[in-house]
Design a protein around this ligand. Structure first.
Ligand code: NAD
Length: 366
């Protein structure tokens, strides 16, 4: 059996398309994993070193994320084997050739991902009339600018607070990675009475137990400086950030930052996953044993994909916020209840929930 089927199971992939267009120097792979709930939405990633395996795994992750968010969309991913820093005119040619190649795959709707952006999605739309993550002038909702994912994280925290396991008013928050996700999560939590007490970026970390000034942090970042340059607080090491006592610890940077080696230093009540796969599976299991609640990435950080789905239907920014609030609030509550009933880590509960939704949708298809 071909190795292309190495990952095939009852859920997918539905289609694997290899695209080769020598004249346009285009080599790409599209994995449409599952379309039972509706057309698959998934990022088109541009990088020189991506693999088919990575593409498949990311496509499956999108199946779970879209199903968990309750969206009428399946999961897919495309990878374009090219250097994303190529000159703009070459990038436009590559994206337009990619768009024409995927045009017949009507159940795939591309979105921006690593190496692609709003302009790339505008070129795709110009060619084939479909993509999400578009510039605002042509109907896009700029999800990083409005803080869609950070808002979703704050909504998940509210759902946890509703169970009595944390209180948002006066909650102490630590954020790893003060970028699009981390910055907005801190701001939306601040609006709910919480206080950011420590934060990091790729160049340093800072702690201030009386609360960090968010406006001052934003100004520093806008000037291209590090959060560690703040004039109040104490600079700490990136590693020390893990052990800062708090109520909510938010990873919003890199994968696998929490592992078996450092999970026992975490001193928090809620591990709220902004980044994708921020903890290893053994670390998640250990959090569960220690009674630290963890809201999995594909539940907590779904604000961005929900925003894309609302945009796809021509919805407004206001509608996107409403759907994010409803959907992430409801899903976080359900995952916590299942986790409690089954005495299983929240990730196990969330996967069971997403799997059930996909299987239910599959029963309506031939
Ligand atoms: P971003 O590039 O805007 O911000 C990332 C931040 O993390 C930057 O401040 C960077 O300096 C910092 N950083 C990088 N390496 C670090 C390290 N080792 N330690 C501490 N800080 C570090 O990216 P983003 O859009 O905010 O995405 C952050 C994470 O969230 C990624 O894992 C991404 O896949 C995930 N995510 C993003 C969205 C979204 O809507 N943007 C949605 C879902 C998941």
């Amino acid at each position: 059996m071909s190795e292309l089927f190495a990952f095939a199971d009852d859920y997918g992939p539905a289609k694997v398309v290899a695209i080769h267009h020598p004249k346009a120097s285009l080599k790409a792979i599209l994995v449409v994993d599952n379309v039972a709930a509706g057309p698959a939405i998934g990022g088109a990633r541009m990088a020189v070193d991506v693999t088919y395996e990575e593409c498949f795994r990311l496509a499956r992750a999108m199946t779970w994320k879209n199903a968990a968010a309750g969206l009428p969309h399946g999961g897919a991913k495309a990878v374009i084997f090219a250097d994303p820093t190529m000159p703009e005119a070459d990038k436009e040619r590559t994206m337009r050739a990619f768009a024409r190649a995927i045009e017949p795959i009507a159940d795939y709707v591309p979105g921006p991902d690593m190496g692609t952006n709003e302009a790339c999605m505008a070129w795709v739309t110009d060619e084939i009339g479909r993509a999400v993550g578009l510039p605002r002038v042509i109907g896009g909702i700029p999800l990083d600018e409005i803080g869609a994912t950070g808002f979703g994280l704050a909504t998940a925290a509210e759902a946890v607070a509703a169970t009595g396991r944390i209180m948002l008013d006066g909650a102490r928050v630590v954020v790893q990675g003060y970028g699009a996700v981390g910055r907005h999560a801190a701001r939306f939590l601040d609006e709910r009475g919480a206080q950011l007490v420590a934060v990091s970026d790729s160049r340093g970390a800072i702690r201030h137990d009386d609360g960090l000034d968010l406006d001052a942090l934003d100004t520093l970042k806008a000037d291209g400086r590090s959060v560690a340059d703040l004039d109040h607080g104490v600079a700490i090491s990136a590693d020390d950030l893990i052990g800062v006592p708090c109520d909510i610890w938010i990873p919003a940077a890199r994968p696998d930052v929490l592992s078996g080696a450092n999970v026992d230093r975490l001193d928090t009540k809620l591990f709220l996953q902004g980044a994708n796969i921020p903890a290893t599976l053994d670390a998640e299991q250990r959090l569960h044993e220690r009674g630290i609640l963890s809201v999995p990435d594909f539940i907590a950080n779904a604000g961005g994909v929900i925003c894309g789905a609302v945009e796809f239907r021509g919805g407004s920014e206001r509608a996107a916020f409403d759907v994010i609030a409803q959907s992430i609030g409801r899903n976080t509550k359900e995952v916590l209840e299942r986790s409690l009933t089954d005495n299983a880590p929240p990730r196990t509960a969330a996967l069971a929930m997403a799997g059930e939704r996909v299987r239910t949708a599959m029963r309506f298809r031939q």
